[in-house]
Ligand binder design. Structure first.
Ligand code: URA
Length: 209
């Protein structure tokens, strides 16, 4: 069975409640999503490797921990994934970035790929996939399959909200990929939207509706 970590820190829960409100406009929505990304990012990167290096403080030399190993890769599932990407890059400015473009066929709710650009050497690097909504799980499952076929072996999936149906589908397809989320909502509606949710993440980030 796959693992799921719900990052339910009071700051995350509070900011998520503000973000969910239908009156929250795009500028404020992006700001809150950015702040939540920092807090989720803190948790999802908890096991990054460090190594001690000698440094000098104004008072003494010491062995101090620094991030080590190959640079992390952040992969945004377009377009809403970019809403999480900004905060993650504020936290880890040296990360490499990839993009996967998928849209949901409105009839079948299946993911169709229209864009793919990722760093070459995925196999040697930790990879964090970003998509605010784990709803039906179809696009998340397809995006992770695609990234695995490009060579990635150490993957995590980070989302803002998830639905039980999406978690089940994702774990069935990718039990080896841990999921991190700020909340597990009640259910999906007939259009595959998370309820109570936030509505369409892309539209709310970019003010397209
Ligand atoms: N995508 C969204 O943007 N919102 C949902 O609720 C589900 C999928």
């Amino acid at each position: 069975m796959g693992s799921i970590t719900v990052v339910d820190h009071p700051l995350v829960r509070h900011k998520l409640s503000l973000l969910r409100r239908k009156e929250t406009e795009s500028a404020q929505f992006r700001l809150l999503l950015n702040e939540i990304s920092l807090l989720l990012g803190y948790e999802v990167t908890r096991d990054l490797e460090t190594e001690d290096r000698t440094i000098e403080t104004p008072l003494a030399a010491m062995e101090a921990p620094h991030l080590s190993g190959k640079k992390l890769v952040l992969i945004s599932i377009l377009r809403a994934g970019n809403g999480l990407l900004e905060g993650m890059l504020d936290l880890i400015p040296t990360a490499r970035v990839g993009h996967v473009g998928l849209y949901r066929d409105p009839e079948t709710l299946q993911a169709v790929e229209y864009y793919f650009k990722v760093p070459d050497d995925l196999g040697d690097r930790p990879v964090i996939m970003l998509d605010p909504m784990l709803a039906t799980g179809n696009s998340a499952v397809a995006a992770v399959e695609r990234i695995k076929s490009a060579g990635a072996r150490q993957l995590k999936f980070l989302c803002l909200l998830s639905a039980p149906e999406g978690i089940e589908a994702f774990h069935a397809a990718h039990p080896d990929v841990p999921v991190f989320t700020a909340a597990i909502d009640e259910r999906l509606n007939d259009h595959g939207y998370i309820v109570p949710g936030i509505g369409d993440a892309g539209d709310r980030i970019y003010g397209t509706r």
